[in-house]
Design a protein around this ligand. Sequence first.
Ligand code: COA
Length: 258
Amino acid sequence: MTEYVKVEQADGVLTLTLARPDKKNALTNEMYGRLADALSAAESDAGSRVVVIRAEGDTFCAGNDIGEFAMAAMGSAGSEERHVVRFLRALAESSRPLVAAGNGRAVGVGTTMLLHCDFVLLGEDALLSTPFVNLALVPEAASSLLLPMRIGHARAFEMFALGEPVSAEQALAWGLANRVVASADLHAEADRIARLLAAKPAGALSATKRLMRAVDAIGRQMEVESAEFSRRLRSPEAREAFAAFMERRAPDFTQFDR
Ligand code: COA
């Protein structure tokens, strides 16, 4: 079976690479599971002092696999565990410094996962978007808390409601990223930063991270979002949004009211 998430470790750095480039690294349940497992294992692995999240291909991550959203919307997702919940928890609760290297499009969870990363590098070609409302959904990964906190209500509302991409330069100016680098240098630069962090005293570093993040509040927000997200996923307007994506046509939401 093809491995859609590659896990490698060297010199204290655990590198997780999204490797489903033909589907723009859209995340499946199985990929969430592998990411969650790797992040959880890093907690007790002295060889994983820092975690890097990056991607193969021209797109960092096109968000959740919309085919799987559609199956959940039709109630035919099966009974397997929803690993996304485990992944988001592991991301939020990770005590390891998380370094992200985002190139090209980062859509939905592709962008909201960056809000949990401690050091975000973007390629010059990066475009971040959170088009949950366009899919008749609501923000997840505690982004309804973290995004307005980071960039202010006005910008966050616009990102959620209009769903238009924000450029790397804009993201840097708004405090969504630490650095914008030439796309060709992105992975090398992320690795360099990760190695710098891996050489720091790990106890002080993770304590600093813990002091900076209100993990309990983040966890509570994820629960509230998750309940609303599940309701929205099964709504007629969401079914229309997923069908439109699959049929490569514009959705028509005018037939629905709240
Ligand atoms: N879920 C499932 N498949 C996806 C996907 C997703 N989120 N995003 C892209 N793909 C698939 C496409 O269906 C296509 O598959 P195909 O080659 O079998 O037809 C392939 O990836 C390439 O995508 P395509 O749309 O042709 O590439 P693009 O370069 O023109 O556009 C994106 C890239 C990311 C802008 C576009 O694919 C997109 O908008 N994707 C959906 C993003 C989204 O709304 N995610 C959910 C957020 S909550």
